[in-house]
Design a protein around this ligand. Structure first.
Ligand SMILES: Cc1cc2nc3c(=O)[nH]c(=O)nc-3n(C[C@H](O)[C@H](O)[C@H](O)COP(=O)(O)O)c2cc1C
Length: 325
């Protein structure tokens, strides 16, 4: 069982009992005592077996967006029972709920000592990725491996998405990222699974310039890549066509993927589907077959300008429980 502990004496007692039982990792008395003193101020979880603490984990805030897994330990007799994993899951949930974007953790670099190799393997199995090794943090015999984990949840990405109409950095977007964005689009639901939405990824400068040339008035002129969204009016059943709903779901998925990967975009549909039918000119440039309509372009790139969330109506004006009355 995992318990969130707030009592400072309990935190100190658990930390002492676990760390003193793990000399392989915590043999230096001074640093052990420091953890025991400092843990009282940190969010703290204990793993208990029949009410007896067998492990603990603390998080410490190291920046606006980052928590550090400051210290954790599980009694050796309780290793490989999933306590470490459950402690970390509780701490990760907490960090996500508090709005943090990253968790970091430091340990001695792999290949130095067998006990620390186990620690490295454990962190990697939790999903941590190598960030950097810095030798000067501890000492030459203990090069410090920093691991990092991104925590952005779907809800955080939704909250972070806003239409971006500013300038983009002159940096190519890797094909892998563009493919990930397009995959998010085609993974979207569609009425009767008719999959009426397809996309053309444009990252070739010549083709991009041709598209930019027909965007009148000009928009997205500095975008290093674009996703062009195509739809086909295929009926889902009888005379019901859900193509608009299908491509809307695909576009929103792609906008969220774009933000998730650190880029910005804007849903340009009105601009290209107005009476001047810029969409048809884009279709010709891209050799889009007749049965498709081009309905939207999504520029993709790193933002250079600041941008803000537009003002929206209050939650209570738009959302009610159980009745609109
Ligand atoms: C169907 C649709 C068409 C849109 N077309 C355009 C457009 O042509 N040009 C533009 O600048 N923004 C366009 N937008 C973006 C909206 O203006 C924007 O979503 C809205 O102002 C709310 O801002 P937000 O996206 O930052 O929440 C479009 C959005 C939707 C859903």
């Amino acid at each position: 069982m995992i318990r969130f502990i707030t009592d400072t004496n309990e935190k100190k007692a658990i930390t002492r009992s676990i760390l003193e039982a793990l000399p392989e990792w915590f043999e230096v008395e001074e640093s052990r005592e420091q953890y025991i003193r400092e843990c009282v101020d940190w969010p703290y979880w204990a793993a208990c077996e029949e009410d007896k603490p067998v492990g603990f984990l603390c998080l410490k805030q190291t920046g606006d967006a980052t928590m550090e897994l400051a210290v954790m330990g599980v009694l050796k007799t309780c290793h490989r029972k999933g306590y470490g994993r459950r402690l970390f899951a509780a701490a990760k949930d907490y960090a996500v709920q508090q709005g943090f974007s990253f968790i970091q953790v430091k340990t001695v670099k792999e290949g130095m000592y067998a006990d620390y190799d186990i620690t490295n393997a454990f962190y990697k199995s939790l999903g941590f990725k190598e960030m950097e090794v810095i030798e000067s943090i501890w000492d030459e015999a203990n090069p410090c491996q920093i691991y990092i984990m991104g925590l952005r949840s779907a809800l955080q990405t939704i909250a972070a998405r806003h239409s971006y109409r500013g300038a983009f950095a002159d940096e190519k977007v890797p094909k892998e990222d563009l493919k990930a964005i397009a995959s998010a689009g085609i993974d979207a639901p569609s009425g009767c699974n008719k999959q009426t939405t397809d996309v053309v990824i444009v990252d070739d400068k010549e083709v991009l310039d041709q598209i930019k040339g027909v965007l009148d008035p000009p928009v997205a002129q500095t975008a290093p890549a674009m996703i062009v969204v195509l739809t086909r009016r295929i009926n889902a059943y009888r005379d019901r066509c859900f193509a608009i709903q299908d491509y809307s779901a695909a576009i929103e998925n792609m906008l969220l993927a774009i933000v998730e990967l650190g880029y910005q975009s804007c849903w340009y549909e009105g601009h290209i589907t107005d009476e001047d039918r810029i969409c048809d000119r884009i279709g010709s440039i891209l050799h889009v077959p007749e049965e498709y309509d081009v309905v939207c372009i999504l520029p993709v790139g790193r933002a250079l300008d600041d941008f803000h969330a537009p003002s929206k109506k209050a939650f209570s004006e738009r959302v009610k429980f159980n009745s609109w009355a």
